[in-house]
Design a protein around this ligand. Structure first.
Ligand SMILES: Cc1cc2nc3c(=O)[nH]c(=O)nc-3n(C[C@H](O)[C@H](O)[C@H](O)COP(=O)(O)O)c2cc1C
Length: 192
């Protein structure tokens, strides 16, 4: 089994999403010790904004680098993604990665019945961490553009991600403890 771990938090050792991706990967590896883990840290090694010359499939150095990112995604059996909320969505570092992965003809196509995702069957687990609450009537009601966008983007290519969510982590110590407990319980319930 090939695991790909993508982290995008900029908060280093304090990162909650990184602690969750690490726990998810540890659980999956415990269940399959022969699994290989490839790590891509988008904060330590950011991908540049996508430009036309860097579009996957081209021949330029930048395009070949983008294709390598795409192939790394395609090659993985399970992809674990850390998605912190910064200003109501995921970091631009993660957007730059998605720009290499959502590619016409490789991960989706325009078929006779409209858009078809080409990646059914890939398992994607996304660890979300956000400071406030986003349910109906909550402070962030209507501003949740992280989980909704990732669910839509992956759905577009045929993937239904599992989300592990720590919400309200900046709303005080009790909320932080509750959010971490909820997220870690959800990790223990993940299928191996
Ligand atoms: C630059 C920055 C922007 C943030 N913006 C938001 C936000 O828009 N909404 C929110 O609920 N929390 C926000 N937060 C809080 C983070 O979502 C929270 O600290 C979360 O744990 C970040 O994930 P990380 O710990 O893996 O970095 C922000 C934090 C930072 C550092």
């Amino acid at each position: 089994m090939k695991l790909l771990q993508i982290d995008s938090s900029i908060t280093g050792g304090d990162s909650i999403s990184r602690s969750l991706t690490a726990a998810i990967v540890a659980k999956l590896v415990a269940a399959d010790p022969a699994a290989t883990v490839t790590k891509r840290d988008l904060a330590a090694a950011p991908l540049p904004h996508l430009e036309l010359a860097a579009y996957p499939g081209g021949e330029s150095e930048a395009a070949l680098a983008s294709t390598a990112v795409l192939e790394e995604f395609l090659d993985a059996d399970i992809v674990v993604i850390g998605a912190p909320m910064y200003n109501f969505t995921f970091p631009s570092q993660l957007k730059a990665w998605l720009d290499r992965v959502i590619v016409a003809g490789r991960t989706f196509r325009h078929g006779p019945n409209g858009v078809e995702g080409l990646i059914p069957g890939k398992r994607v687990i996304i660890a979300v961490s956000r400071g406030n609450f986003y349910g109906p009537g909550a402070v962030g009601d209507g501003l949740e553009h992280l989980q909704t966008l990732l669910a839509g983007v992956f759905g577009f290519i045929g993937v239904t991600p599992d989300f592990i969510v720590a919400e309200g982590v900046r709303a005080g110590p009790d909320h932080l403890a509750a959010a971490l407990a909820t997220a870690n319980q959800a990790i223990t319930r993940l299928a191996a």
